[in-house]
Design a protein around this ligand. Sequence first.
Ligand SMILES: Nc1ncnc2c1ncn2[C@@H]1O[C@H](COP(=O)(O)OP(=O)(O)O)[C@@H](O)[C@H]1O
Ligand SMILES: [Mg+2]
Length: 369
Amino acid sequence: MAREPVFQSNAPQDPIPSKGPAEKPLLDSSFSPDADLFDEQLRPKRLDQVVGQRKVVNLIRIMLDACKKRGDTLGHLLLDGPPGIGKTTLATVIPQELGVELQIAAGPAITAPKDLLPYLTNASHGSVLFIDEIHRLPPAVEEFLYPAMEDFRVDIALGDGLNARTINMQLKPFTVIGATTRAGMLTAPLRDRFPYREHLDFYETEDLTEIVRRNAKKLRTSISTEAAMEIARRSQGTPRKANNLLMRTRDFATLQDANGEITDAIAKEALHMLEIDGLGLERQDRRYMETLYNVFAGGPAGLSSLAHSMSVPPDTLEDDVEPFLLRTGLIQRTPRGRVLTANGYEHLGKAYPLAGTQAVFPSNQKKLF
Ligand SMILES: Nc1ncnc2c1ncn2[C@@H]1O[C@H](COP(=O)(O)OP(=O)(O)O)[C@@H](O)[C@H]1O
Ligand SMILES: [Mg+2]
């Protein structure tokens, strides 16, 4: 029988996982203080409740079955993908399926090996240590983690100078599940210590529709099929955005419909008021594209220049804004910087400059000089 996993937090500072600053856009119109609560309430608890990501889910199921059959501990697993796509969800579902303990650590909160040590010494046999935003671990912590992952041992340095000595501590076999929005930022030695690596991609609209419908049920709200599809279509392929939009449209429905039902019309009106456009772009996404057009003549523009112009941290742009714009082909990343594509110009309702005139400033900019 599966034991209920124990959620422990030994982090000396902020133990709240999965919500690093990079995941919380400053101007995200779909964000509200209740959003975190909903995240937890709506998060699938078991693997069979996880919708979509079939390839990854199937591979995880094979991993879990093989591990159970052998009576082994699970190999270390690295999950990468944009924010809100299901990394924390999978990382919490896996120990649940295995009936083992789960500890959650946030990369940015672990600033020195001593911050990581309690997690390692507390890890029970076969338990899972989830390290969110693992690319933000400092190099000294990474090096401390290598022997822990490879041989389940840590080398602790005591004292300085002549008195310095290292003690060796044996750990119980455990599993690290790492999550990152930037697989590319992980050092090769760290990446290589994960025998299992899975990439989570944006969701299909059908899968998001299913997520919206299931979650409406969990929230005891009725929703029309069209409304669920409309929310799914405008959620940028991201379950967290779909959940947030569901929550916001539910508020509109509570006020406007006698039964609180999210009808097609209410969903459309709510999305309009939330300034989510037909492609699902939010205010911040459009601002990014407009800045690229107005200030940088469509590009190329470096990430930090863009970030400065928008007064938004570059990390937020890279993690929260760019993945979807790149995926939908509205912008491109070139060696010289970010550029608006023909689709990007079209979405902004601007004429695409003819070949060779890319660097010419658009007419509305000329007036400024
Ligand atoms: N595959 C999925 N099926 C159903 N709901 C999902 C799925 N993936 C994510 N969600 C929902 O989206 C929310 C955000 O997902 P999360 O795992 O926290 O994303 P990440 O850790 O990648 O930023 C979860 O609380 C959950 O409600
Ligand atoms: Mg997360």
